[in-house]
Design a protein around this ligand. Structure first.
Ligand code: SF4
Ligand code: SF4
Length: 219
């Protein structure tokens, strides 16, 4: 009899311990489902959510402010100066563009979404969007290139700047040489012949008597 009781007692213990262990789970059978079925269902993001960056390169003046503000150095910008005869236009905020921007890369894999690059931008052309689904299998695909210049355009801009700088340097050298030649020519001019009349005037001792004895004594 005691063996039968022990047998049923063990069964009861097993069932009750399972019930205790499953209590929370069993309770959730009777409450409303709160799991969001992502990606079929997406939560509404906060209004100021910071996610993937976007650069409107047409408005970028290449000032480098965003890059300098970035704490992880994930923004790489290269610029080429325009020459005086080039007009790169203006931004939508009215700033004159003076630099070509052949490289504007953001390594979004390094970005920590701090948003520090956004406020310094003088043309408001770098912004944080609400796009957060941009995973990639290859990390290289997370380096975003925002420049729209073609390799030919970059080469042309570099050549043009180089030529303009060479011309400016040649002009400067010519001006320096002309100034040096003028100085040398001035140094070679013989001093003007002395005027005998004026020389006599200066060398002739004064014969006029002092105005008064008192004045002569004082001199
Ligand atoms: S959000 Fe922060 S980490 Fe990302 S690029 Fe801007 S400054 Fe750099
Ligand atoms: S701060 Fe703005 S304008 Fe200046 S380089 Fe960055 S994105 Fe371009």
């Amino acid at each position: 009899m005691s063996a039968v009781r022990t047998y049923f007692n063990d069964i009861w213990l097993a069932l009750s311990s399972i019930a205790i262990g499953m209590r929370i789970t069993i309770m959730h059978l009777f409450v409303r489902n709160v799991t969001t079925q992502y990606p079929d269902v997406k939560l509404k993001l906060p209004e100021r959510a910071r996610n993937r960056l976007y650069v409107n390169i047409d408005d970028c003046i290449g000032c480098d402010q965003c890059s300098m503000a970035c704490p992880v150095n994930c923004i790489i910008i290269e610029t080429i100066k325009s020459t005086p005869d080039q007009d790169l236009g203006t931004t939508s905020t009215g700033q004159k563009k003076r630099l070509h921007v052949p490289v504007f890369d953001i390594d979004i894999a390094k970005c920590c979404y701090c948003g520090l690059c956004v406020p310094p931008c003088p043309t408001d052309c770098i912004v944080m969007t609400d796009v957060y689904e941009f995973s990639e299998f290859d990390r290289q695909n997370l380096i975003y290139n925002f420049s729209v210049m073609t390799p030919q355009e970059i080469e042309q801009a570099r050549e043009k700047l180089k030529k303009a700088e060479e011309e400016a340097a040649a002009k400067k050298a010519a001006a320096v040489a002309a100034a040096a030649a003028a100085k040398a020519a001035a140094a070679q001019v013989p001093p003007a012949a002395p005027n005998p009349a004026s020389e006599n005037q200066t060398q002739q001792p004064s014969t006029s008597a002092p105005d008064s004895p008192g004045q002569a004594g004082k001199s």
